[in-house]
Design a protein around this ligand. Structure first.
Ligand code: CMP
Length: 143
């Protein structure tokens, strides 16, 4: 079963969209493995966005993601990395389709509400950046 790292960014937390966003993944049938509200440290932010280091928007990205609490989650499901990115919608606000999280709630490429891992390698790295192994609760559905 595939796992992914999803994070409601400071704009999503402050706009009160955590439950709305979690609900979409629950209703789609994915399984919650871990979740917590946390303040991203400078070091965690730099590790999280290392692939964007040197880009024009990098400094603002670090400032934004450390500007307030985020809601970090691990979810599990078949093909969840691809499916969750479809549910999240395009990074560019102008291209995010209605029906996606960004298309329904975000009008800004910078304040785009949620991050989702883009590959199994990123998911593994990102999960380890925010969660210790004993925080992941893996279980089999009984009902
Ligand atoms: P995300 O896909 O979670 O990770 C990279 C982030 O960089 C992206 O969300 C946006 O928030 C941000 N980003 C990407 N392109 C731009 C841009 N041109 N200007 C500002 N922020 C950007």
């Amino acid at each position: 079963m595939e796992k992914t790292f999803l994070m409601v960014k400071p704009d999503g937390v402050q706009r009160g969209l955590v439950a709305e966003i979690m609900g979409r993944f629950e209703r789609r049938g994915f399984q919650l493995v871990a979740a917590k509200l946390l303040q991203v440290s400078q070091e965690q932010a730099e590790r999280h966005y290392e692939e964007h280091h040197g880009k024009p928007f990098y400094d603002n990205l670090i400032k934004f993601i450390t500007s307030g609490p985020v809601f970090a989650m691990v979810w599990e499901g078949d093909d969840i990395i691809t499916l969750s990115r479809t549910m999240i919608g395009k990074t560019n606000a102008a291209e995010a389709q209605p029906g996606t999280i960004r298309g329904d709630f975000a009008a800004s490429t910078r304040l785009n509400l949620i991050h989702g891992s883009d590959s199994p390698e990123s998911a593994e790295r990102e999960i380890a950046n925010y969660f210790s192994p004993d925080e992941l609760v893996v279980y089999t559905k009984t009902i």
